[in-house]
Design a protein around this ligand. Structure first.
Ligand code: SF4
Length: 309
């Protein structure tokens, strides 16, 4: 209805809000909303009931976790994966399992057609045919019986989807960047790979605790760099690929956009920069304090000093 439709770069809500002013924009939205009320778009109780009927629970079986408890006690690798890559379920005796598509050397979030076929078979076998993609470029089998977890873990391990790094430093979110995207200012995938290789030590990464590292190849932000605890953004400087670092972003309930650290870095420098950031965090953290809490406690200055000082 409004705004500049002739220029696709200007056909944006943010530009319309700026042109009209926030107050006027709000007024128009409220007016539009009031006109819709009571009209054909009204959601009736019958319609809600009809939609609810499409979401029936799967045929859950009664809970028995004896075999699981025994395996957890005897197999350390399985136990680590269980505690890192599976989540509690509202149904007793079931877990939600995340397949991490983040093994070192693999493009974050990539999966081949053959692997997809295999994962679909696992979904049929272990999760009522239910498989979901996650926001973090991983996949989730949502309803797995506790006593199937060990066999599922073995199958996922063989496929390379059982790396126990969910929510940790090497569970990097990266957009396709300059390798595949025509809009990119810089490559994302080689940066992700270089960081994964540098931190290819699962014990160390576990010791660091929860940490989101997100990479975008340009300001369109498909890798959501701005909400990474550590964000990396590809920028163009006179035709050369550079990377800007932000710290302190978060995408949880306390969401906020990360703060720019300072001048950008060349691609050869960026992994060292991440390592310096991590080392400073390790020096400064209190017991069991996650990266984001340490950052919020000590602020940007110590990081700036370490990197640029
Ligand atoms: S952030 Fe930029 S480079 Fe990355 S996929 Fe989106 S548009 Fe392409």
């Amino acid at each position: 209805k409004y705004g500049n439709r002739d220029n696709k770069y200007k056909a944006r809500i943010k530009i319309l809000v700026k042109a009209l002013g926030a107050e006027k924009y709000r007024e128009l939205v409220e007016q539009e909303f009031a006109e819709l009320k009571g009209g054909e778009m009204t959601l009736t109780a019958e319609e809600v009931a009809r939609i609810k009927g499409c979401f029936t629970a799967p045929d859950y079986q009664s809970a028995d976790t004896a075999a699981l408890d025994a395996k957890l006690a005897e197999d350390k690798a399985f136990s680590r994966w269980f505690h890192t890559n599976t989540r509690a379920h509202k149904q007793a005796g079931y877990r939600a399992v995340t397949l991490t598509l983040k093994r070192t050397g693999r493009v974050p979030g990539d999966i081949s057609d053959e692997q997809l076929e295999a994962v679909a078979d696992l979904a049929d076998q272990y999760s009522f045919g239910e498989l979901r993609n996650s926001h973090q470029q991983n996949m989730v089998l949502s309803d797995v019986a506790a006593n199937d977890l060990y066999d599922l873990w073995k199958a996922l391990d063989a496929l390379g989807f059982a790396t126990p790094n969910l929510g940790l430093l090497t569970d990097i979110v990266a957009c396709p960047g300059g390798d595949l995207c025509a809009l990119a200012n810089a490559k994302s995938i080689p940066i992700a790979e270089s960081i994964q290789r540098r931190f290819d030590d699962v014990d160390y990464v576990h010791d660091l605790g929860p940490l989101d590292l997100n990479i975008s190849g340009c300001m369109n932000a498909c890798g959501h760099h701005h909400i990474g605890h550590i964000g990396i953004l590809g920028v163009d400087k006179k035709g050369k690929e550079f990377y800007q670092v932000t710290l302190g972003g978060r995408g949880d309930k306390l969401s906020r956009v990360g703060e720019k650290m300072g001048p950008s870095f060349e691609s050869e420098e960026i992994t060292d920069v991440v390592e310096k950031i991590i080392k400073l965090y390790v020096e400064k953290r209190l017991e069991n304090e996650p990266f984001i809490d340490t950052y919020e406690r000590i602020g940007m200055d110590p990081f700036k000093e370490r990197i640029y000082g």
